[in-house]
Each structure stands twice: as C-alpha cells, then as structure tokens.
Ligand binder design. Structure first.
Ligand code: PLP
Length: 428
C-alpha cells in the first residue's frame, strides 16, 4: 500500500504536502515515498519467508543511486542488464557478488567488468553468448557462473511489448532446447560453471496464474538440473504488477478488500511457495516495478488549455521525454490535482509539450477541470519513469525527490541546460 493521499484537500506524500515540493523544486519532479518502498520490501520478505528466497531488485525499473542505496541497506541483491547498472550498484553501496546479469546483448567489455567484480551469475540468453563468456573467462583465467534463461512459452496476459516468455519474443532459449544446451555447456565450455536456471515471463502481470503455469512447467527441469549439474538457484524473474487505474484509491485498505482479484505480494507468495518449496533450491525473485512503481508520482504543471472542435486539451510541462510509458506501451497513469477539486470533472486529453502526436499522458480522460498554473500529480510513476527519460526536444532531465515522513531530500537535481550539452563539441 502506498503513502499518497489527500489530507485537508491537499495531496500529500507521507506527511509532506506535494505543493511544497513543487514550489521549492519546480516541475516536472518525481517524488518517491521511502515508506512505500520499505513497507513493500518488508511485506515481500515476510511473504517469501518459508523459502530460501533472495530478492534481486531489477535496477532498470528505477536506477537512482539513492533508491539503490536504500535497497542495498535492506540487504537486497540486484538484477542488472548492463555494465552501467553494475557501476551504479557498486557506487550506491550494493554488493556485486549479489548481482545477476540479464539481457540478450552483453558486450565483451561488460562481461569482463562483471567478471572482475565477481558477480553472482550471468543469466544467459543464447548459446553464442555462453560461448563468448566461456572464451573471455578462459582468457581471464576464471570460471564464470552461468544460468540460462528458459523461455517457457507461457502467455503472461500483459501488453505485447512487455511480454517476454513466449516463442515470439527475443528473450531466453526455447523450452525444448534447454536440456541439450545445458549438456553442451557441461561438455564444451570448461570456463563456465552452471550455477542456476532462470526465467522471466513478462512485466505488469496482474494475476498469479501465469506465474503458476510457468513454474509448474519448468519445475521438473529445475529438479533435473539440480541432480545433473548440482545447480544452486532457480530465478523465477520479476513481473508482479502494480495499480495504475485505481492507484490513488489503492492507498487505503478498503480498496484492497473490495478488489480481491488484484495480485498482492501475499497472494503471489502463497501461490508459488507450495510449488517451489519441495524443490529445495535457493529461489531468486527479481521484482522491479512492484518495488517502486506505486511509490512515486510525477509532479507537473498545467500550462494551457485548448478547446478544439473534437476535443479539449490540457497542456502540461511533462512530456514523453519525462515519462514515455503512455506513448511506448499505452501505459495508463491516473492524474490528480494536488489541490483537491470537487464535482468539476471534464473529459480531456492531457498532453505534453513534445512535437509528437504520441506525446500524451492521458486521452479522453475524465479528470478535474484544472486551470493553467495548477499542479498535477501523475501517479504510479516510480517504475520505468525517470529511468526511461531522455532529453528529447532538448528538455533537461527532471528532478527527483525522496520523501521520508515529514522531510524530503533531493536525490537528483534538475539537469541544467549546460549539463545537457556538456559532452557535445564542435569539430576542429
Ligand atoms: C525487467 C526485468 C525484471 C523486472 O521486471 P518487473 O516487471 O519490473 O518486475 C526482472 N527480470 C528480468 C530478467 C528483467 O529483464
């Protein structure tokens, strides 16, 4: 449950009035709740307690150093997808020996960097990648820990761009080819040792059944590999969904009682524990979105309104460069005025300043009839929000703030114009 709610008609994050942050920082600004992250982390740890479970936070969801540091202090490991993410983890106080490294396109420099820091495991996505890691480890005189990502061909019932576990996706190795591939590693790649098995079927899953199906399908393989190769872990990936439509209301316990169908950390754990416990392997879970998504909003200012023949538009100062989810995969974010409105809703498109028709945050949305100058909070903005931001249209990167009770801290200053261009140069 998150910590965003109206108090005395003003939207707060924990005990801080979001208007105060907007006045001090300007907009657009991402605001994270420390309490929300900590509460969810404890709930997940508690729910998984019957297993030998290890949490590897998926850094790409939100990679701010302060957020990584918060996770590291809670003893969490990390799932990384690039050398840059490993660098962040190390410099944020994380332990590289608790990092798993996923992704289909690891470069030689990245593999060497990860081997130098003795990461926990390379989660590999193709035979050629395994051969490359074997070659590099051989040159470095080390043995590289590897697991292969199995693609169980299970439908995750999520958006097509964030489904990863079907035959149509670039991720993982086909279920039918995995056993042969493990045998090939054992026989032909002397500089690797097989440490585990990995899967990740998609993101923003709102039901437990696809997780259950995938685990049931792969469990016999995990048992077999434990016997044949003495594997130590099975990573079941991330993907637990959060609340987008209904976000603000889901800050209350009543909402959860009224929505028993919504996946919770508890229902997720209860569904998978009986399947995993008998196998006796260390279980890695790699949540990204679920640990940060509902823990932040993006503050933005309404700039203009325009009534067209067909539509009303509200222009805001946050664009697809700040949060690309609506444009990229039809992401839905609730948008609330920081000063509460009552009974004046209209239907409008909430659009950003970027010169792209895809630059909208909401379309045909029933929303408070906010006026220019008013501050809005775009909810559920913590995951794949800032981490996907760019400076497209030469818009400097937004600021980020972490709220802790009645205090708040700047965890990223707004980028300046000069910083935005500092690496550019004119030819001699
Ligand atoms: C992105 C990713 C995750 C995290 O997914 P979420 O939906 O954010 O939980 C976990 N594992 C792997 C391999 C990933 O690529």
């Amino acid at each position: 449950m998150h910590s965003f709610a109206y108090k005395n008609s003003a939207l707060h994050c924990e005990a801080v009035n979001l208007s105060d942050i907007a006045s001090a920082m300007g907009t657009p600004t991402f605001v994270y709740s420390r309490k929300t992250i900590m509460d969810d982390l404890s709930e997940l740890k508690e729910a998984l307690a019957p297993l030998d479970a290890h949490i590897a936070y998926a850094v790409k969801a939100c990679s701010n150093m302060a957020i990584l540091n918060l996770m590291a202090k809670q003893g969490v490991g990390f799932d990384i997808v690039s050398g840059g993410e490993l660098w962040r983890v190390i410099h944020a106080g994380g332990d590289p020996t608790r990092c798993t490294y996923a992704g289909v396109g690891k470069t030689e420099a990245e593999i060497r960097y990860a081997l130098n820091h003795k990461i926990y495991c390379f989660n590999c996505e193709s035979e050629n990648e395994l051969r490359e890691i074997n070659r590099i480890a051989g040159e470095m005189g080390v043995k590289a820990p590897v697991a292969v990502r199995v693609n169980p061909n299970v439908e995750a019932n999520t958006h097509k761009y964030i489904t990863t576990g079907t035959k149509e996706n670039k991720f993982g190795v086909d279920f039918s080819r995995i056993e042969e591939l493990y045998a090939t590693i054992a026989a032909e790649m002397p500089h690797l040792y097989i440490r585990g098995l990995q899967m990740h079927i998609g993101s923003q899953l709102t039901e437990v059944s696809p997780f259950v199906k995938a685990i049931e399908k792969v469990a016999p393989m995990a048992r077999k590999f434990k016997e044949l190769y003495n594997i130590e872990f099975w990573s079941i990936g991330g993907g637990i969904g959060i609340i987008y439509d209904g976000c603000l209301a889901s800050g209350s316990a009543e909402w959860w009682t009224a929505h028993p169908e919504q996946i919770t950390l508890k229902s997720y754990a209860e569904a998978i524990i009986p399947l995993l416990q008998p196998i006796g392997l260390k279980i890695l879970v790699e949540p990204g979105r679920r640990l940060v998504g509902n823990a932040a909003c993006l503050l933005t200012t309404c700039l203009y309104e325009k009534k067209g023949e067909a539509k009303t538009f509200k222009m805001i100062d946050a664009g697809m460069n700040d949060i690309i989810r609506p444009a990229l995969y039809e992401g839905y974010h609730e948008i609330w005025p920081v000063k509460e409105h009552k009974n004046d809703t209209i239907v409008a498109d909430i659009v950003g300043p970027i010169c792209e028709s895809g630059d909208f945050q909401a379309q045909n949305r029933e929303i408070a009839d906010v006026k220019p100058g008013e501050i809005l909070a775009e909810m559920s903005a913590g995951a794949y929000g800032f981490s996907m931001a760019s400076t497209y249209n030469s818009r400097p990167l937004a600021a980020e703030v972490l709220v802790d009770g009645d205090k708040w801290h700047v965890i990223r200053k707004r980028q300046t114009m000069a910083q935005m261009v500092e690496d550019e140069s004119l030819p001699e």
